[in-house]
Design a protein around this ligand. Sequence first.
Ligand code: KG4
Ligand code: ZN
Length: 337
Amino acid sequence: MTKLPTLLAIESSCDDTSAAIIKGGKVLSNIVANQEVHKEWGGVVPELASRAHQQHIVPVVAQALKKAGITKEDLDAVAFTLGPGLIGSLMVGTSFAKGLSLGLKIPMITVNHMQAHVLAHFIEDPKPSFPFLCLTVSGGHTQIVRVASPMDMQVVGETLDDAAGEAFDKTAKIMGLPYPGGPLIDKYAKEGNSKAYKFPQPKAKGGFNFSFSGLKTSILYFLQREMAENEHFIEENLNDICASVQYTIVTILLKQLEKAAKHFRITEIAIAGGVSANSELRRRFEELGKQKGWNTYIPQFQYCTDNAAMIAMTAHYQYLEGDFAEQSVVPKARFGI
Ligand code: KG4
Ligand code: ZN
């Protein structure tokens, strides 16, 4: 087999349908189709997500091939997200990849979505050197990962309840903002005072773990109290509430990351996942890095939220190791790295 494979990667774990082409470790295309259908429901509706994946997957793959300037006959393997994620959504990518693998007689590579978020750092320069720590913050997960090599990583801390993205989205929902609320909180916070309101910073049991459900509850009670006095409280103070909520979530995240970096004596530190698109997290992470003497790594914006380029990058390493899957493989809603 060639040492510089051309791979198609498919990502369909949640509500974004994405396909990417990678050739010799270089990403040639990365197409993402978002699903607008969930907005009015205040969160991802699994059944609607899988139906939308079915509609998007063929054109998204066709576009990825076209943009890369190749045809499906040029592919050496097809990779896809096996999990973790919504089972119905994962089924769409899995079935499509199986069909393509059979039709083209090429092998399949199954990728772990959380491992891929971490390896998004290897799509572009500068790349972290090993070992490094990665704070992976998404809509479903919040983890601190110790990365010894692309294929050798260990979760050293994680959330015991809500993920950081959920803390953003659920707070936004309480304030009447549409799903996903994270980017909107980021937007309104830019005009607000982060010290306007003080919220608790719940501590989780265990060294580098997180807990966000208590924060969500205290924000709910706070808003209910204020709204009882002034029914326009949220709309009149939206920017300040968003800035204060965002400040609290980012502080909780960075405190644990700092603790882990000190414990493991690692100064190569990265952030990844959808919430790493947050401007306050990016800014304060770099500020903290300068203060601590870390080398800090943040993926390009397009590689923070769900995308197939990160699946392709991970598949590239797996291909070089000969790590292929059987046709009998089934998606995994829960899938540890
Ligand atoms: O990694 P991702 O795209 O999907 C999952 O694997 O979950 O992460 C999505 C999460 C959502 O909770 C979304 O609100 C959050 O990332 N997010 C943000 C921002 N952009 C995306 N949260 C805060 N600020 C942002 N700018
Ligand atoms: Zn993700």
